[in-house]
Ligand binder design. Structure first.
Ligand code: BV8
Ligand code: ZN
Length: 253
């Protein structure tokens, strides 16, 4: 995007950027779309063909472990063969100017690969797997488990991806940590999410309740849009670097 058609942003937002000390980026599948990772609910979403209830839940896994395992192998393959996009990298680079926290619903590990250092993965990550019986963790399982669920070497239990499925509570302190960060951020960016999955979608609502300025970056309005201070419509991989440019220009003049 050359000089002449630089993106313009609302004056109020530019002011908030100037005063802010801490930013929170609440992200969903849309931030990884430009990397080539399919979203869930969009027109080409992976859940158009298969319903989440059929795949991203424990009963589906117990009923048909190979099918669910194969679906995650398919998604792991995609994620292993893509790169973070300028949106992920811009979020990592904001760390040079602000205290930055990332709270992501994504399980694709792209924020980490882009260099962000404070990340809460609310729904876990497909780079990790564990045995449903003895909870032993497994990382790089070899190729032989393409479409056959692997069995635990210690107890022969089924191995599953370390993601949070529907009906499962969020693990560890990911949610309370994210809530804490939402309460203390000055600006909360809501990037590439349809904001219909709970309790994750409470995070931007909590940030707003605690006085943060909420900015939504999405191709289209979402369930959250009525609560948003500033909606910027477009691709996150183009918008986030433009917002970063304002911050860099200000810091270098
Ligand atoms: C819980 C991990 C209770 C796996 C996911 C019945 C029974 C049980 C629970 C429920 C129930 N009914 C409702 C619930 C609650 C349920 C829920 O919220 N359901 C929804 C669907 C109504 N929640 C749960 O079950 C949660 N657990 O409630 O437990 C409990 C409590 C205590 C004790 C025991 C139990 C767990 C939810 C976690 C589910 N796991 N994923 C996996 O990934 O395979 S959710 C799944 O949806 C993904 O994680 C994804 O991240 C998440 C949200 O989707 P989005 O990220 O928003 O993606 P989406 O495609 O929808 O939207 C993309 C957006 O990007 C679009 O707006 C698009 O316009 C935009 N976009 C596209 N391209 C771009 C872009 N924007 C900018 N730039 C672009 N280039
Ligand atoms: Zn085991």
């Amino acid at each position: 995007m050359d000089k002449k058609n630089k993106m313009e942003f609302k004056k109020e937002f530019v002011e908030k950027l100037k005063e802010a000390e801490s930013l929170l980026f609440f992200t969903g599948a849309g931030i990884s779309a430009e990397s080539g990772v399919p979203t869930f609910r969009g027109k080409d979403g992976i859940w158009n063909k298969l319903k989440p209830e059929e795949l991203a839940n424990f009963n589906a896994f117990i009923k048909n472990p190979d099918m669910v395992w194969e679906w995650y192998q398919y998604r792991r393959k995609i994620v292993e063969n893509v790169e973070p996009n300028p949106g992920h990298y811009a979020i990592a680079e904001f760390e040079n100017y602000y205290k930055v926290d990332v709270v992501t619903q994504n399980v694709d590990n792209l924020h980490k690969r882009a260099g962000s250092t404070s990340i809460e993965e609310l729904h876990g990550s497909i780079v990790r797997n564990f045995c449903i019986d003895c909870k032993t963790y497994y990382y790089d399982l070899d190729e032989e488990f393409e479409n056959k669920v692997p069995k635990c070497k210690k107890c022969n239990g089924l191995i599953r991806p370390d993601v949070v499925w529907f009906g499962e509570s969020l693990r560890g302190d990911a949610y309370p940590n994210s809530e804490q960060k939402a309460k203390s951020c000055d600006i909360c960016f809501v990037v590439g999410t349809s904001a219909i999955v709970y309790p994750a979608a409470y995070i931007p609502i909590t940030a707003k309740e605690y006085g943060a300025y909420i900015v939504e970056i999405n191709l289209e309005p979402t369930e959250l849009t009525p609560h948003i201070n500033y909606s910027i419509f477009g691709k996150s991989g183009e918008i986030l670097p433009e917002i970063l440019r304002i911050v860099k220009d200000r810091n270098h003049n």
